[in-house]
Design a protein around this ligand. Sequence first.
Ligand code: PLP
Length: 406
Amino acid sequence: MIKINENFLKLQASYLFSDIAKRVNSHQQAHPDETLIKLGIGDVTRALPAACIDALHKAIDEMATDSSFHGYGPEQGYDFLREAIATEDFQARGCAIESGEIFVSDGAKCDSGNFQEIFSTNITVAIPDPVYPVYVDTNVMAGRTGGAEDGRYQGLVYLDGNKENGFIPEPPEQSVDLIYLCFPNNPTGAMATKAQLKQWVDYALDNKALILYDAAYEAFVQDPDLPRSIYEVEGARKVAIEFRSFSKTAGFTGTRCAYTVVPKDCMAYTASGEEVSVHDLWNRRHTTKFNSVSYPVQRAAEATYSPEGKAQIRELITYYLNNARYIREQMEQLGYECIGGRNSPYIWIDGKSDSWEFFDLLLNKAAVVCTPGAGFGKCGEGYIRISAFNSFEKVEEAMSRISRSL
Ligand code: PLP
């Protein structure tokens, strides 16, 4: 008899986006002439940069001729892309990361979800709240938790984000083994300073722990004093894995390309305490289960590092950041406390009421869709997330509707 992995039964159904869709649909049916403005989902809305489109066309043409055709590529990604990443994203910023430490993939979602596979189910995992749900759910599936009680899984160490810590949790008193961090944060838009990241790196060094650092929104960091990578912190090469993505950086959400940095200095331990290279384990896992990203897509990702590509990406990011700044300013003028929106495309707003009540208010009175913070964890209750991914015209219209209705 085929038996299931019963850990899947522990998963709480995520009603967030289906609940949003239901409320949006019934609102639309009741008000068929109204145009809703959607600032809910974290998906980009602007076209791929021209440099990427040119590279895609060129690469597709190569695939049309036997002499330049590409079949399976290296599982870790083509050297041309791994080298561009190591040089431009890390070495140019003083981080000692080499191309052999880069694993190209089709998404930071898969990588941040899959990475836990190479560790024992018998470890203690610390996860922030509110949080991108992938980290929690993949640990539940793997059997590292008990059942859910009052919205939280037994066995996980939750790192509470709140107004007092600015949604940047400090290391816990107790010892944990695997730590998830995400900066700039989804959903809160909070961005940690180098000193705050150093506390985590030092904690991981002291506890022989490992940090999984999700930097999918790194391109939105503009403040020169803020870290663009965890490897800017001394010692991080020994205790941190970094996930990056071209999704939000260059509009690749539908094109799919990302990468994970696994430094060769990172070690994990056997039950008897012997050191094992995390890089070697991940390489084994990655080459067994993944056949890399298509050649044209890797060429398109490489094009983001050309002079034209860099300028076009800068323009994209500046555009969304301008939306974010505008949303934050408008909400603050209306008397709402906000986090994010400065080095992040997300604005996290204290709605001064129940998350869903505030969501309904914006939907019913302003015809604007946001995301209720409670959907990202217990500590998100009372907040909403507004995303800057839309045209400036729509953002402007949304904000004027919101100010008229509040
Ligand atoms: N990590 C975070 C924090 C995200 O918010 C998202 C997407 O919204 C991802 C990863 C997914 O990135 P990708 O499109 O590369 O899978």
